[in-house]
Ligand binder design. Structure first.
Ligand SMILES: Nc1ncnc2c1ncn2[C@@H]1O[C@H](COP(=O)(O)OP(=O)(O)O)[C@@H](O)[C@H]1O
Ligand SMILES: [Mg+2]
Length: 295
């Protein structure tokens, strides 16, 4: 399958949320990476025909998705950012309901539902009311319904929001396991969700694509611009005012700290260039709109 997204533009009143978004997706995992307000959900709502674009079109194997209607929806699994789950349904009943909406046969649903619930670790609560699930459980149920019917195109809007680190890893592994032969588009502002599983990273800044390349190509762009700078505790505030500090680690040996600094040139004597991470690149692009963690 090829999903061809051509010049999608969308404004809300005066506010332009997406500006001529163009990309060609083939099977594999794509990350749509950008801070809150970048336009990720707007794009996903358009790709799933839940929102009309102002202009541009989306073609699935050459055919406009708006003309395909039901035939497109059959290929599609969508986990919205704020899924509307029915609070009075049980987990199992909800999955059966979604399976029916997607046109799955009873036999197929009976086979798939237990497997999927096991994969997202909800198999121990099939009879629990959705209203009584924790945030993380609801999130995983949103993912579970999206993968019903083994869709060729899987669109996941912030699939790991509200999950603890262990659940994040489980969800990440689950996604990469089922991604073979599918187009999977994952919106996130969490670099570690997609750093090692995405074939391409689409960086979105204020509705505009700033990059659409493999992760390694992004870190290569800032090779030689990430530094470890040893410092004394008392110097931290002064160095933070002077440099873009992306992390501070205690240095057990010296009793001081080591700052991770983004700098075009060597920031100070004693600084050592280190291999960049994708998170460094994210901060490089979005630094001015991100509050740096100094923890
Ligand atoms: N329904 C809406 N009405 C008005 N403005 C909206 C609406 N949805 C999103 N926006 C605006 O569009 C921009 C992109 O939002 P969104 O697509 O939700 O970004 P993201 O998912 O990356 O956080 C933001 O400036 C947001 O405030
Ligand atoms: Mg969003």
């Amino acid at each position: 399958m090829t999903l061809s997204i051509q010049g999608i533009t969308k404004s809300y009143g005066e506010n332009r949320a997406l500006c001529s978004f163009t990309a060609e997706l083939t099977p594999g995992i794509y990350a749509l990476l950008g801070p809150n307000g970048a336009g990720k959900s707007t794009l996903m709502n358009i790709l799933t025909d839940n929102l009309k674009a102002d202009c541009g079109e989306v073609l699935c194997d050459g055919e406009n998705i708006l003309d395909m209607g039901e035939r497109y929806r059959e290929k599609l699994g969508f986990m919205p950012q704020y899924p509307g789950l029915y609070p009075n349904f049980t987990v199992e009943r909800f999955m059966w309901y979604m399976a029916a909406l997607k046109g799955l046969s009873k036999a197929k649903a009976a086979e798939d539902i237990p497997n999927i619930l096991r994969s997202v670790e909800l198999d121990d609560v099939p009879k629990r009311r959705i209203g009584a699930l924790s945030g993380g459980m609801k999130q995983r149920l949103g993912l579970a319904q999206a993968v019903l019917g083994d869709p060729e195109l899987l669109i996941l809007d912030e699939p790991t929001a509200g999950l603890d680190p262990k659940q994040r890893i489980a969800v990440r592994n689950f996604i990469s396991r089922i991604a073979l032969d599918k187009i999977v588009l994952i919106a996130t502002h969490v670099v570690s969700d997609v750093e090692f599983i995405a074939k391409d990273i689409i960086m979105l800044k204020k509705g505009v694509i700033v990059d659409n390349v493999p992760p390694a190509a992004l870190t290569a762009k800032i090779e030689g611009k990430v530094w470890h700078l040893p410092a004394a505790q008392e110097e931290v505030a002064m160095l933070q005012a002077r440099h873009r500090v992306t992390a501070i680690a205690r240095d057990e040996r010296s009793g001081g700290v080591v700052l991770r600094v983004l700098s075009e040139t060597c920031p100070a004597a004693g600084a050592l260039a280190v291999p960049p991470s994708l998170e460094d690149y994210y901060l490089y692009v979005f630094g001015e709109e991100t509050s740096f963690s100094t923890g």
